[in-house]
Design a binder for this molecule. Structure first.
Ligand code: FE2
Ligand code: FE2
Length: 448
């Protein structure tokens, strides 16, 4: 592409020009002073980028911004300011600048933005708003991050792959409400990997105190379950059916696969999809069980993912019309057939000679036991049920409430747990999960 890259430098100081010298090399530079009068008289150029310094009269700044924006509607216009006094980035962006930088502090951000504007990257890409779970100032990101500037509806690169966000930039992201981080969809796998790695690191970081680790883990899981992708977290996103669940699945998959030779996740994925059409239910329960395990600090997340995959594998022997029926509406005979899926599931695991840890087998064998003792197959109650089985039962119920089901809209994560709490308090014979555990789950999702 041999497009001539013209950059208009309007009132840019020599110092700033010097700081950008290498990036501007090879561009055609057109320099002018900056005042309202010179703007009337600007040379006839089609710049790819406009870099402005302070206008001759600081009072004119807003008008200068607006005039430049009128003239160059589709162009990135950066304001590089040397005076802290009166500097207000938000205001300047509102006035029409694409972004504003306070120098010398923001020089590296300005350089990234200039590079971005000159490369033309970000054009024609699609983006998703994300939350960077457990981000710390020294965390190196393997993907680009962008921010969206509503003033001119553009995405500007905020950090490049390989960069870490320094404390100041992180603070700015947190402070700017309309300014969430975006990741381009072609780098979403790198983002999933980042999230999985953060969760893993939190799970085994010995450098942190127990309380700090628990809190950071809880906040990461909360982000994941309630809106790591802010655009999906709104009710409409949930109603559209499960994009956020797919995101959770991808992340848990990478979490489990991390550095392992035995790719059991994908083996089980194939096995469960060939064994039953409940494949997405199994994969969803696997993800939720792993995440609840992390967030509530109960059991081993990997084992719970495995249990989630396998818990209903015995359903393959149950006729589809019975599987589709609500538990309450089953006749005694039908219930017997459905209940058998627990035992036949364990038989399939044995017959396939799958290497499955003891705790996973136990969780599967008890996933329909109820805390109040009215479950099956054994009618175990209270703490006679393994904690892992309770997490599995929680994930199982959570999935049926938050996924698309005929005849009702899916609930959001908080509403789902809330409903389970209400049900448990209304009918003492239908307490599936320990009410204390439900309370903890609600706190996990609700905490500010
Ligand atoms: Fe089941
Ligand atoms: Fe299930």
């Amino acid at each position: 592409m041999s497009q001539k890259r013209t950059v208009l430098l309007a009132g840019l100081s020599e110092e700033v020009k010097h700081g950008l010298e290498d990036l501007l090399a090879g561009c055609e530079l057109v320099a002018t002073s900056l005042s309202l009068e010179t703007l009337m008289d600007l040379p006839d150029v089609e710049p790819m980028l406009v870099l402005t310094g302070d206008p001759a009269d600081a009072k004119d700044l807003a008008e200068v911004a607006q005039a430049l924006r009128m003239r160059f509607q589709e162009t990135a216009i950066f304001y590089a300011c040397g005076q802290r006094e009166g500097y207000n980035r938000k205001l300047q962006v509102k006035n029409g600048f694409t972004d504003a930088f306070l120098l010398p502090m923001d020089l590296s951000s300005l350089r990234t933005a200039v590079e971005e504007a000159l490369s033309g990257a970000g054009v024609g890409k699609s983006f998703r708003s994300v939350k960077l779970v457990d981000i710390q100032p020294d965390t190196v990101l393997a993907f680009d991050t962008y921010v969206h500037l509503p003033a001119n509806n553009k995405h500007i690169r905020y950090s490049a792959a390989g960069d870490s966000l320094d404390a100041d930039r992180l603070e700015r992201l947190k402070a700017g409400k309309g300014c969430s981080v975006k990741v381009s969809t072609d780098q979403i796998q790198d983002f999933y990997r980042y999230t999985a790695t953060q969760l893993r690191a939190l799970g085994c970081s010995e450098g942190l105190g127990a309380t700090e680790r628990r809190e950071r883990m809880q906040s990461a899981v909360r982000d994941l379950l309630t809106g790591i992708f802010k655009d999906n977290a709104q009710e409409s996103g949930f109603a559209q059916g499960g994009v956020w669940v797919k995101d959770c699945q991808e992340i848990v998959k990478l979490y489990v696969a991390d550095g392992k030779k035995d790719d059991w996740y994908n083996r089980l994925l194939t096995l469960t999809s060939e064994k039953s059409d409940g494949y997405s239910h199994s994969a969803n329960v696997a993800s939720f069980a792993a995440l609840f395990s992390m967030g509530l600090g109960i059991g081993n997340p990997e084992e719970l993912a495995m249990a989630g995959f396998l818990h209903d594998i015995g359903m393959v022997d149950v006729p589809a019309e019975l599987q589709a029926k609500d538990e309450e509406t089953l006749s005694e005979e039908e219930a017997k057939v459905v209940h058998k899926h627990v035992e036949s599931g364990l038989e399939i695991i044995r017959a396939r000679k799958l290497t499955v840890p003891e705790k996973v087998l136990k969780a599967i064998s008890q996933h329909h036991e109820r805390f109040c003792g009215t479950g099956y197959p054994k009618g175990l109650a209270g703490n006679r049920i393994a904690p892992e089985a309770q997490i599995l039962a929680l994930a199982d119920a959570f999935d049926s409430l938050t996924s698309l089901q005929p005849g009702r809209a899916p609930l959001g994560p908080r509403e789902a747990i809330q409903l389970l709490c209400e049900k448990a308090s209304q009918d003492a014979t239908k307490v599936v999960v320990d009410p204390e555990l439900l309370k903890k789950a609600l706190t996990l999702l609700n905490a500010a």
